[in-house]
Ligand binder design. Structure first.
Ligand SMILES: Cc1ncc(COP(=O)(O)O)c(C=O)c1O
Length: 412
C-alpha cells in the first residue's frame, strides 16, 4: 500500500495550483484609459457613466435580454433584488440552508422573516420539495442560491412559485453562466443577484455585484432602492422611496468589461477541468461527484465530492486532511448552516435582539428551530475541491489521483 503524504509519504502534487491570473493587460488598459481621460479632461470619473452603462448592457446581453444594474457587492445585489420585489413587511422569505451570510442577511434587514428550507438529497441546494415544506400562509417569496455554481432544479421551483403566487429571487453569486435545462440561471425568477467580487467567475475589480430582471417594474424598484430612491423609471422629480447608496462606479465597470468578454471562456475552461475530475471520480469506489439535477450544467465555482461513510472508514475531517496533504486545495465543511450562525440564532439584526421576528406585525414562530437534517448530512459528507479556469488536465489528473490514493488507503 502506498504511504499517504499525511503519514510522511510522497505527495501526489508538490507544486502549488497555477495562479488564476484573473486580471491582465486588458483590465489594466481599461483602468488606465479612464484615468487618462480624467487627467486629460480634468474631470474625475464617477458612476452611471459610459463604462457602467456599457457593462450593464453587456451583462444583460449575456443573460439574453432584460435589464442589469450594477451595485457594489453581491450582498447589495441580494438586498436590492429583495427590495425590488416589494414584499409585504414581516412576510416570510424562504432562504437556503447552505449559503453565504450575504445571501440571507438582506432579508432580515428589510424587515422580512427568513425561513430556512432544507437541502435536497445529495446537494447543498434547496429544491421544490424542500421549499414547499417551508412554506406557510405568511410566505411571500422564495430565495434560492445556486451554490458552487451548481444549479437548483429550477423547473419545479418555478412551477411551485407560480402555483402559490410567490416571488422568486435567484442568488447567482457563485453561478455566472450556469444553466438548467439549457436556460441560464438568473433568468428563471422575478429577479436575480450576482456577486462580481474578485473571487468569482468574472469581476468588476475587487468588489461588485449585479442585479438583473426581465420585469420592468421589479427592475426599476431595485434600481431605485440601490440609489437612495431616485425616481428612476418614474416621472417623479424627487426621491420617491427610501433606499441606500449601493452604487458601483465607472472604474469598476471599466475593469468588468474585459472580464465579461472573458467570461464564456472562463466557464468553458472550468467545465473542461471539472468534467475530467467528475469522470475520474466515477471510477473511485467510496467517493462520487456531488449530485446535480439532470439537465443542469454547473459553472463550477468549486466542485463538490461526496464521501460514502460506509465505504470509507475514517471521519470526513481525516479524509479531507489527507487529500489536502497530497497537494490538492480542498475545504470541509463548507460554511455554517444559515440558522446556526450567531446573528441568526440570537436574532441580532437591529438594535434590539429579536427583531424582525419579535415584531407585533409578525404572527409566526418567534424563536424557530431548524433541524435541516438533509443539509447537515450533505454538508457532513461532501467536501469542496477548489478549481479555476487556469487549471488544466494536469490539475484534474492530480485531483483524481490524490482522491483515489486516499480513498484506497482509507477504504473499509
Ligand atoms: C451565494 C452567495 N450570495 C451572496 C454572496 C455575497 O456576495 P459579496 O461577497 O459580493 O457581497 C456570496 C459571496 O460569496 C455568495 O456566495
Amino acid at each position: 500500500m502506498v504511504k499517504l503524504a499525511v503519514d510522511g509519504g510522497t505527495a501526489v502534487r508538490t507544486t502549488p495550483w497555477p495562479a488564476r491570473r484573473l486580471f491582465g493587460e486588458a483590465e489594466r488598459a481599461a483602468a488606465l484609459a479612464l484615468f487618462d481621460q480624467a487627467i486629460g479632461s480634468g474631470q474625475a470619473f464617477g458612476y452611471n457613466g459610459a463604462p457602467e452603462e456599457q457593462y450593464r448592457q453587456q451583462f444583460a446581453a449575456f443573460l439574453g435580454g432584460g435589464q442589469a444594474h450594477t451595485v457594489n457587492s453581491g450582498t447589495s445585489a441580494v438586498l436590492a433584488a429583495v427590495a425590488g420585489c416589494a414584499l409585504p413587511p414581516f412576510s416570510e422569505v424562504v432562504v437556503p440552508p447552505i449559503t453565504d451570510p450575504g445571501g440571507v442577511m438582506p432579508v432580515a434587514l428589510l424587515n422580512l422573516i427568513p425561513v430556512v428550507a432544507d437541502a435536497v438529497p445529495g446537494s447543498y441546494n434547496v429544491g421544490a420539495a424542500s421549499l414547499e415544506a417551508a412554506l406557510t400562509a405568511r410566505t411571500s417569496a422564495v430565495l434560492v442560491a445556486h451554490i458552487a455554481g451548481d444549479p437548483v432544479e429550477m423547473g419545479p421551483v418555478v412551477e411551485l412559485c407560480r402555483q402559490r403566487g410567490l416571488k422568486l429571487i435567484e442568488d447567482c453569486a457563485q453561478a455566472h453562466g450556469a444553466t438548467c435545462d439549457g436556460k441560464l440561471v438568473g433568468t428563471f425568477g422575478d429577479i436575480a443577484a450576482f456577486s462580481t467580487m474578485s473571487g468569482k467567475h468574472h469581476a468588476t475589480g475587487a468588489q461588485g455585484g449585479v442585479v438583473w430582471s426581465a420585469d420592468e417594474q421589479t427592475f426599476w424598484r431595485a434600481r431605485r432602492f440601490a440609489d437612495r430612491g431616485k425616481p428612476f423609471g418614474t416621472t417623479a422629480t424627487t426621491n420617491v422611496e427610501a433606499g441606500l447608496n449601493l452604487n458601483l462606479n465607472d472604474l469598476s465597470a471599466a475593469i468588468g468589461l474585459p472580464q465579461l468578454a472573458k467570461l464564456p471562456s472562463i466557464i468553458d475552461r472550468r467545465r473542461a477541468v471539472a468534467d475530467a475530475i467528475v469522470a475520474g471520480l466515477k471510477q473511485i469506489p467510496g467517493v462520487r461527484p456531488g449530485w446535480i439535477p439532470a439537465g443542469a450544467r454547473s459553472a463550477h465555482w468549486f466542485l463538490r465530492v461526496e464521501v460514502d461513510p460506509v465505504a470509507i472508514r475514517v471521519p470526513m475531517g481525516d479524509f479531507v486532511k489527507a487529500v489536502s496533504a497530497e497537494g490538492i486545495p480542498v475545504g470541509w465543511p463548507y460554511t455554517v448552516i444559515t440558522s446556526d450562525a450567531e446573528w441568526f440564532r440570537s436574532q441580532i439584526v437591529f438594535g434590539t435582539p429579536g427583531l424582525p421576528w419579535s415584531a407585533p406585525q409578525y404572527s409566526g414562530p418567534r424563536h424557530p428551530e431548524y433541524a435541516l437534517p438533509q443539509a447537515r448530512l450533505n454538508r457532513d459528507r461532501q467536501f469542496n475541491v477548489y478549481l479555476h479556469e487556469a487549471c488544466s488536465q494536469d490539475e484534474a489528473s492530480d485531483v483524481v489521483a490524490a482522491i483515489s490514493k486516499v480513498a484506497q488507503a482509507y477504504r473499509a
